[in-house]
Design a protein around this ligand. Structure first.
Ligand code: ZN
Length: 236
């Protein structure tokens, strides 16, 4: 007798994507405002993450109506394109290193596929995750002490489940030598990529996903627990 096997998450994902297309329901996830100077609190009401979501020391960027985190599909290859305009010297290594740190810690797989001249940071929908550099004139949310922004777009299926289908990270060119002095740009990029995966800010000040960076450069147990929760949600 032939044994019937479940389709696994890959087929569930394709069904979701198709449904998303059919109902054309793409919701843009507001990017997080990040890594501000500790003394500035004016942005606290715009910090990323759904209050009360997640677990100890982590939050989810967005949750579905079923209280599940919005994240990417199980074993998805998340395509990334880099726009090098305004990037610092050595940006390719910077991106490669940040991507590899996030992949290793999260179990998700970002794949850098090439470069682009795409600058659609805001209102970005489906497509490769865009990594780029801009100033506040181009991306107003980079104003003030914000070093970077990161987020994902996602589709919601009729059952209320959701999957990320696009995203972006933009780093502030004006932070270098300014607010960013002493702050490792790779750490900012890692933090933003984790927003793209679906984690919001942590209330724990030493977490890499804290809204403000005061020198932390490594994932804490809380950050890793959050990433594990995303992975569980993706592959459930
Ligand atoms: Zn952030």
């Amino acid at each position: 007798m032939a044994e019937r096997r479940g389709g696994g998450c890959t087929s569930i994902l394709s069904v979701l994507l198709v449904m998303g297309l059919v109902i054309s329901m793409v919701v843009y996830l507001s990017p997080g405002l990040d890594f501000g100077n500790v003394r500035r609190t004016v942005y606290s009401d715009r910090s990323a993450g759904v209050p009360g979501s997640g677990g100890e020391g982590y939050t989810f960027m967005q949750v579905t109506s079923r209280d599940r985190p919005v994240t990417w599909g199980c074993e998805a290859q998340i395509e990334v394109e880099v726009n090098p305009a305004g990037a610092p010297e050595g940006y390719a290594d910077l991106v490669a290193s940040a991507v590899s740190r996030v992949n290793e810690a999260s179990g998700f797989t970002f794949v850098v596929t090439g470069e682009t001249d795409d600058r659609e940071f805001e209102g970005r929908q489906r497509g490769p995750v865009l990594i780029g550099w801009a100033d506040e004139e181009e991306v107003p949310d980079l104003a003030g002490p914000t070093a970077g922004l990161g987020g994902a777009s996602y589709v919601v299926g009729p059952g209320g489940d959701a999957r990320a289908v696009g995203g972006m990270v933009v780093l502030d060119t004006e932070m270098r030598g300014g607010w960013l002095r002493g702050l490792d740009e790779e750490v900012v990029l890692v933090h933003e990529l984790v927003h793209v995966l679906g984690l919001g800010h942590s209330e724990e000040a030493d977490a890499l996903m804290a809204a403000e960076n005061s020198g932390q450069d490594a994932f804490t147990e809380a950050d890793l627990a959050g990433l594990e929760a995303l992975q569980e949600a993706a592959c459930a």
